[in-house]
Design a protein around this ligand. Structure first.
Ligand code: HEM
Length: 334
């Protein structure tokens, strides 16, 4: 059900992009209005999310602790897995964001011969997730050649490293292979692993399909069906400088590019409302970004207001006679 619905959404967007590629009227709308709507919704959505996160109370330090906390001097602390300082928390966060350190510990549980539950190491999810995320980032950064003039030097640097093996013409980028492999793995895992399938929703399949759509149309454009890159650059620069282009230039944009672009705009619109916001959420996650110094330092809930308390001394004072009569031990006899 989840997969069917996501496929339906995906096909509708693909169809709209396709039609827009051939119908001048729709092409004008998709090439001049859609990008601004997408950018606006993306920005407003992200800001709303950040404000909502920022306003959520975090009354306690709820750090995830996966190792020995700072204790007596002769007990060795695990400084990365249970950081007690801001520097330690920063180091843990850095390794998490750059290398998905906690996912590296991923294990799988399976029934062997239908009776024994066996746990084993599973690094594939970590490997393909990392491959996908890093490739996406590098591809995104490489795309700056379409957005700025002159082309920034880091783009040329990335292109040279990415095409290092110099295979094929145009040279095949390693990131193109890795992003397709990563996305395919992540998608097939949701279909063929019954344990993952049962917990998968349209909001799990759809982003994968959407990003696959972007990557596949991009790869088709680069290696199989050439598009007019000069026109693409004129198009993106004109949009970013708030001077949408005329219909003669729009006509030069290939239908495949319009599909690629439609998918990208959909991703922008969908992003703030989907699970993909984990991109920003990870940094604001109290289980990750706080040091575990709960025992070293008293953290008072900042939302605490004064409440009338009834201490034990006061309690005993009030009920001492009755406690003695009932044989309950008291601290002060008189
Ligand atoms: C989420 C953002 C995007 C992703 C993930 C993405 C992904 C890709 C991928 C994987 C390719 C294959 C070739 C390569 O790796 O360079 C590609 C090519 C391409 N993309 Fe994108 N793209 C994105 C946004 C855009 C945008 C905003 C534009 C322009 C408005 C664009 C225009 C193009 C063009 C023209 C090509 C063909 C490049 C060539 O022929 O060398 N892409 N894209």
């Amino acid at each position: 059900m989840g997969l069917g619905l996501s496929l339906l959404y995906f096909i509708v967007i693909l169809g709209l992009g396709w039609i827009a590629g051939y119908l001048p009227f729709m092409k004008t709308i998709f090439g001049t209005i859609l990008p601004y709507v997408a950018l606006l919704l993306f920005l407003v959505g992200i800001i709303a999310r950040i404000v909502r996160w920022g306003r959520s109370p975090v009354p306690f330090r709820i750090t995830t602790t996966c190792g020995q906390e700072k204790s007596l001097p002769w007990i060795r602390q695990n400084k990365l897995d249970n950081p007690s300082s801001a520097l330690g928390a920063f180091g843990r966060m850095l390794l998490e964001v750059l290398f998905f350190r906690s996912l590296f510990r991923n294990t799988k549980a399976e029934f062997k011969d239908n009776e024994k539950l066996v746990y084993s190491v599973d690094k594939w999810l970590w490997f393909f997730s990392l491959a996908f995320h890093w490739s996406f980032l590098i591809i995104f950064l490489r795309h700056f050649r379409f957005f700025t003039e002159p082309i920034p030097s880091f783009v040329t640097f990335l292109q040279n490293i990415d095409g290092f093996f110099q295979v094929g013409l145009p040279i095949i980028y390693i990131t193109d292979v890795l992003i397709l492999a990563g996305l395919t793995y992540l998608f097939l895992r949701r279909i063929f692993d019954s344990k993952v399938k049962i917990i998968s929703l349209p909001s799990d399949y759809f982003p994968l399909l959407l990003i696959l759509g972007i990557a596949v149309t991009g790869v088709l454009m680069r290696y199989f069906f050439k598009t007019d890159l000069v026109a693409v650059k004129e198009f993106t620069v004109s949009i970013l400088s708030f001077q949408p282009i005329g219909s003669d230039l729009l006509a030069k944009l290939s239908p495949l590019f319009i599909i690629h672009f439609t998918f990208v705009c959909t991703l922008l619109i969908y992003f703030p409302f989907s699970k993909l916001v984990h991109l920003g959420g990870i940094f604001l996650s109290p289980t990750r970004n706080l040091a575990n110094n709960n025992r070293m330092k008293r953290h008072v809930n900042p939302w605490n207001y004064d409440v009338p308390v009834h201490t034990y001394e006061e309690y005993e004072e009030e009920f001492r006679d009755k406690m003695i009569a009932a044989g309950i031990p008291v601290e002060k006899e008189e």
